[in-house]
Design a protein around this ligand. Structure first.
Ligand SMILES: Cc1cc2nc3c(=O)[nH]c(=O)nc-3n(C[C@H](O)[C@H](O)[C@H](O)COP(=O)(O)O)c2cc1C
Length: 197
C-alpha cells in the first residue's frame, strides 16, 4: 500500500489546531462513534501486540455520579458536562491474552512472575494506546479532554474492584466549547528536546 502524506487539514485536526478541552457543547455523540474510535485505536502498535489498554465509557448519569466522587475538584465540572468520559485503564494480566494476540511465540512466559516487567509493559503500552485513542477521537471530528487529576485508589475500587485492571488516566470526549479553552501553552523547540547524532 502506498502511504500518502496527510493534508494540512488532517494535520490541523490531529495536532496543530487540536486542543485539550475543558468545556463541552451541549451536543451528544453520534451513534456508533465509540465503537469507531475503538476500531481505529486498536490498530496502533504495542510491544508483542500485547494491547493492555481497557476502556470504560462513562455516559449515564448513574455512572457519572460514581466517577464524580473520584475526581479532583477542578476536573468535576468538565467531566460531568462531557457527553462521555473514557476511563483508559490497563489490564495487569494482559499477558494472559498473548497466546491469542502473539500466537507464534510463548510470549506469556516472558511476563509470568516478573512484576516489574508486567507493570512497565502495562503502563508503557496502555499509555501508547491512550495516545492512539486521542488521535482516533480527533480524527473522527471529536475533541478530547485528558485528565489524571483524580483519586486512583478510589476510582480503581469503584470501577475495577477485582484489582486486575488499573486506571491510567481518563479522557472526556465530545464537541469542545472553544470559549472555555485556556491559552495555548508553549512547547519545547526542536533544539531543546532533540538531538541528531
Ligand atoms: C495524561 C494527561 C493528564 C492530564 N491531566 C489533566 C487534569 O487532571 N486536569 C486538567 O485540567 N488538564 C489535564 N491535562 C491537560 C493538559 O494540561 C493539556 O493537555 C496540556 O496543557 C496541553 O494543552 P493543549 O492540548 O490544549 O495544548 C492532562 C493531559 C494529559 C495528556
Amino acid at each position: 500500500m502506498t502511504v500518502k502524506k496527510l493534508d494540512q487539514t488532517a494535520l490541523d485536526t490531529l495536532f496543530l489546531s487540536a486542543r485539550s478541552h475543558n468545556g463541552w457543547q451541549d451536543k451528544s455523540l453520534p451513534d456508533g462513534i465509540i465503537e469507531q474510535i475503538y476500531e481505529l485505536m486498536k490498530m496502533g502498535p504495542t510491544s508483542a501486540n500485547s494491547c493492555p489498554a481497557r476502556f470504560v465509557f462513562v455516559q449515564s448519569d448513574a455512572a457519572k455520579l460514581r466517577l464524580k466522587a473520584c475526581l479532583a475538584a477542578g476536573n468535576v465540572e468538565k467531566s460531568m458536562s462531557a457527553p462521555a468520559v473514557a476511563i483508559i485503564a490497563m489490564d495487569m494480566e494482559f499477558y494472559e491474552k498473548l497466546p491469542q494476540l502473539f500466537p507464534h511465540d510463548d510470549a506469556r512466559s516472558w511476563f509470568i512472575g516478573n512484576e516489574k516487567k508486567i507493570e512497565e509493559n502495562a503502563f508503557r503500552n496502555s499509555s501508547l494506546q491512550a495516545a492512539y485513542f486521542m488521535l482516533a477521537v480527533r480524527s473522527l471530528g471529536l475533541d478530547c479532554g485528558p485528565m489524571s487529576g483524580l483519586d486512583y485508589d478510589k476510582l480503581n475500587n469503584e470501577f475495577f474492584p477485582d484489582g486486575k485492571v488499573k486506571c491510567n488516566f481518563i479522557c472526556a470526549i465530545g464537541y469542545g466549547d472553544d470559549s472555555k479553552l485556556y491559552g495555548r501553552l508553549p512547547r519545547l523547540t526542536f533544539d531543546e528536546a532533540c538531538q541528531v547524532l
